[in-house]
Design a protein. Structure first.
Length: 195
């Protein structure tokens, strides 16, 4: 009985992400959704002043997401990632890996693009009133800034669709395939593959 319990704990540990990975994952996830909602609210603000105030928080959260993502990448490079369940079909394995790569690209590119576009417009980033990040030394180019802001918006929508796909995949693996799914990224729940 004790030995079987030890085997289950070992299996769970091998299939579950580390505590650090969980903290990075859920913090970034919440900030991404929050930042998307801020951008939506800014687009529908009644005055330009209200929109700019909301966008100030949006920019600060974007830079925070960038810093956390770089931390998460460093964590991933120094900590072993759990293996995907053996029950995954090849297309599921490829989709899971491809989705993670696109997530990382967008989590770095979107904040950098926003910072670059703001720099082209001559704007600094106010980090919640604590300090400011100066514009990049790229000169003024409002037209290019506008084009990059458009790309930024398109990339953000791609990110939201990707989040939806990621959630659907996690729910499928949790409740249909019963191979751990969302519990791989939580400190509780059963994560061993079905027999």
């Amino acid at each position: 009985m004790g030995r079987r319990s030890d085997v289950n704990l070992t299996t769970n540990a091998k299939l579950r992400y580390s505590a650090g990975a969980m903290i990075f994952h859920w913090t970034i996830a919440v900030l991404v959704i929050w930042n998307w909602r801020l951008a939506e609210n800014a687009e529908h603000a009644e005055t330009r002043e209200q929109a700019m105030a909301i966008f100030a928080d949006h920019k600060a959260i974007g830079i925070t997401i960038l810093a956390l993502t770089l931390g998460r990448i460093a964590w991933r490079l120094t900590h072993r990632m759990p293996a995907l369940p053996a029950t995954y079909a090849k297309w599921e394995w490829m989709l899971a890996r491809g989705t993670h790569i696109v997530f990382y690209v967008l989590l770095v590119a979107l904040p950098l693009g926003g910072w670059y576009a703001n720099s082209l417009a001559g704007r600094e980033v106010d980090m919640f009133g604590l300090f400011t990040i100066p514009p990049l030394p790229v000169g003024d180019n409002p037209d290019l800034a506008g084009s990059i802001f458009d790309l930024h918006g398109t990339g953000a929508m791609a990110m939201i669709y990707l989040v939806g796909l990621h959630i659907l995949g996690a729910l499928k693996h949790t409740f249909v395939d019963r191979d751990g799914g969302i519990f791989r990224m939580l400190p509780f729940g059963r994560v061993d593959s079905p027999r």
